[in-house]
Ligand binder design. Structure first.
Ligand code: CA
Length: 230
């Protein structure tokens, strides 16, 4: 029996872009569907359960960010945001909402296809590996909350452990300063980025061979931090 194709939902109101995306993705063997507005995107999402979403933010009946919230209420599938608005804050907000990747328009087709491939691969590995994340010598057992490096248990402070477990929810995905501070310290600490810097520094000191060129905990410029993927 032929295996079902990986399906991608394209949410984009610009017909020229959505058709171009559709052709490019189909040429790589993906099945695609197109939604031209939010309402339609929600209907198709619940109907077809796609494997990945490519999402434009400026839609006729609302902001694409609303759709990110909707999807995240029930699914971990990769969401790749496309946006013409080149605003740093918007990028940060999208990551906070739960987007996996962000591509500014205009983008090249090769770049887009590469990002799609990486996101799908990451998502497949996450479901395979379940609760244990392996990255070279680093093993993060999320279920038992145990971290080991070169087969030796690493002793972390409760805050360091919380930070690492949060990043390990989705290796490769950037988490914003705001999100990390809110989840680890609480909403009232949302502006205390120096706490984050200090504790990330200590975490790196425990895990990295060289904190200046980290292998595991990477800085996402202007956004926050992410755990390396693969
Ligand atoms: Ca648009």
């Amino acid at each position: 029996m032929k295996q079902a194709k990986t399906s991608i939902l394209i949410v984009e109101d610009d017909a020229q872009i959505s058709e171009f995306l559709q052709l490019s993705l189909q040429s790589q063997g993906y099945a695609t569907s197109i939604a031209t507005h939010l309402h339609m995107a929600k209907a198709i999402f619940f109907d077809t359960k796609p494997d990945l979403v490519i999402l434009d933010l400026g839609l006729p009946d609302g902001d694409g960010r609303q759709f990110i919230h909707k999807v995240r209420q029930q699914s971990d599938i990769p969401i790749l945001v496309l946006s013409a608005r080149q605003m740093e804050q918007e990028k940060v907000d999208c990551f906070s909402d739960g987007a996996d990747d962000y591509l500014a328009k205009p983008f090249g087709v090769h770049e887009l296809l590469a990002r799609v491939k990486v996101a799908l691969k990451r998502s497949a590995m996450m479901s395979l590996r379940d609760h244990v994340v392996h990255l070279d010598a680093l093993v993060i057992d999320r279920e038992n909350q145990v971290v080991s490096l070169n087969d030796e248990v690493v002793h972390l402070t409760p805050i360091e452990l919380k930070l690492l477990l949060l990043l390990a929810r989705k290796p490769g995905k950037a988490y914003s300063h705001r999100q990390l501070l809110t989840e680890v310290w609480g909403a009232e600490y949302v502006d205390d980025t120096h706490y984050l810097r200090i504790h990330m520094g200590r975490l790196r000191a425990r895990l990295e061979v060289n904190s200046a060129t980290p292998r595991y905990i990477l800085t996402e410029a202007g956004v926050g931090y992410r755990l390396a993927s693969i």
